[in-house]
Write a protein that binds this ligand. Structure first.
Ligand SMILES: Cc1cc2nc3c(=O)[nH]c(=O)nc-3n(C[C@H](O)[C@H](O)[C@H](O)COP(=O)(O)OP(=O)(O)OC[C@H]3O[C@@H](n4cnc5c(N)ncnc54)[C@H](O)[C@@H]3O)c2cc1C
Length: 364
């Protein structure tokens, strides 16, 4: 069990590292949290916050602020070409947060950093971990700040430093997996004369395997994602693009660390697993990893951390790969079966519960 003097280093102040710091701070611990960036991400990145993440972030007061700023998305409409086949209804979730909360990641990180500051802990920005050396009963961390390198000893280190994790690399832990060849695109834009249900997300599946998704992220603002070079081209409808806020292209990496821990060093979030954005679980899995790390550090069960969290990441990677494969399929038989499944699920709402509970993080 930790004492108030236990020295804890959190590397990375994305959603995973910030959650870990907040969850430790509200239990009376005082971690150091460093990040090489200037401040919270300027990008919108992850936009979907799950019911379970809201549960996790409730005790610290973060959820209340997220709920005040975010949009409650209750419906996802699935279309094949231009025909709507099914509506997935988050209101069917037996939970008080029976929606997906949409809020750009920069807002989420800002709220988290402000909450942490209210506990008296500031993120040390422009401060990079250079390397870690595990010693007998301590971990030596080399930290770079203002062009100078410092060495500090810590009892516990939590690596929340993203997919390119220095913590993971310092330990020589393999990040097993592959990267999909197909290029995806992402566009954040202001749209006018929106022809679909306001506040709902839309998914479009095309016969040739192209897919397009769009979710509201603010007033008249939307996030479109597609497995083609132009995300908005795959959102059919009679709307107007008032302003493109941001576009990007990316390949989907599917990777997982072979272990999430050594004796005193732990990995969470993208440092431990990366997968497709379908299902909006990336940031949420990281928030859950961080909450588990903080709870286990507090109750003295950290040795079970990787044992608990790695299978959860594994199961989601497998499920999200199945969803991706089915969504992009060009095989006539697979498409017919998929469309029939969507029609059935759309027509018998109770069948939506198991999938909704997985996306909401309520069942692993
Ligand atoms: C364009 C884009 C769109 C996305 N859309 C979605 C989405 O819709 N839904 C979803 O769930 N996920 C999405 N994701 C993924 C989501 O953003 C990540 O899963 C999430 O950010 C992971 O959080 P994290 O805190 O684990 O890692 P990160 O957010 O990557 O944070 C890691 C932090 O560590 C810091 N760092 C790295 N190395 C060091 C070092 N050596 N020393 C100190 N600091 C360091 C970095 O500066 C960074 O701030 C998207 C990602 C991108 C890029």
């Amino acid at each position: 069990m930790p004492s108030p003097d236990t020295s804890i280093l959190i590397v990375g102040a994305g959603p995973t590292g910030l959650t870990a710091a907040i969850e430790l701070a509200r239990r009376g611990l005082r971690p150091r949290i460093v990040d090489k960036k200037e401040g919270p991400t300027p990008l919108s990145k992850a936009v979907g916050i799950s019911s379970h993440s809201l549960d996790v972030l409730e005790a610290s007061g973060v959820s209340k602020r997220l709920l005040a700023q975010g949009l409650k998305v209750r419906h996802v409409h699935f279309h094949v070409e231009t025909r709507e086949l099914a509506t997935i209804d988050f209101s069917l979730l037996p939970h008080r947060y029976n929606f997906l909360l949409s809020l750009p990641q920069r807002e989420t990180e800002t709220i988290m950093a402000d909450t942490l500051a209210a506990f008296g802990i500031g993120v040390e920005w422009r401060t990079a971990l250079i390397g870690l050396t595990p010693c007998a009963d301590k971990v030596e961390a080399r930290i770079g700040k203002s062009g100078k390198e410092e060495k500090h000893d810590f009892d516990i280190v939590f690596g929340a430093d993203g997919a390119d994790s220095t913590v993971r690399k310092s330990l020589g832990i393999d990040f097993e997996g592959y990267t999909h060849k197909r290029q995806w695109s992402i566009t954040d834009a202001e749209l006018a004369s929106w022809p679909y249900e306001p506040g709902a997300a839309q998914a479009f599946l095309f016969r040739n395997g192209d897919v397009g998704f769009i979710i509201p992220i603010g007033e008249n603002r939307f996030r479109a994602v597609s497995n083609t070079p132009d995300a908005l081209l795959h959102v059919p409808g009679n709307y107007r693009v008032s302003q493109v806020l941001r576009t990007d292209r990316f390949h989907i990496p599917i990777r997982q660390a072979v272990s999430y821990q050594t004796t005193a060093i732990f990995l969470g979030g993208d440092a431990a697993h990366v997968h497709s954005p379908l299902g909006a679980r990336g940031m949420n899995l990281g928030i859950e990893d961080a909450a588990s790390f903080a709870r286990r550090l507090d109750n003295g069960t950290l040795e079970r951390y990787s044992h608990e969290r790695r299978p959860v990441g594994r199961r989601w990677i497998k499920l999200s790969e199945r969803i991706l494969w089915t969504a992009q399929s060009t095989n006539g038989f697979v498409k017919a079966l998929r469309n029939l499944a969507m029609l059935t699920i759309g027509g018998i709402p109770v069948l939506q519960r198991p999938m909704l509970e997985r996306v909401a993080g309520l069942k692993e």
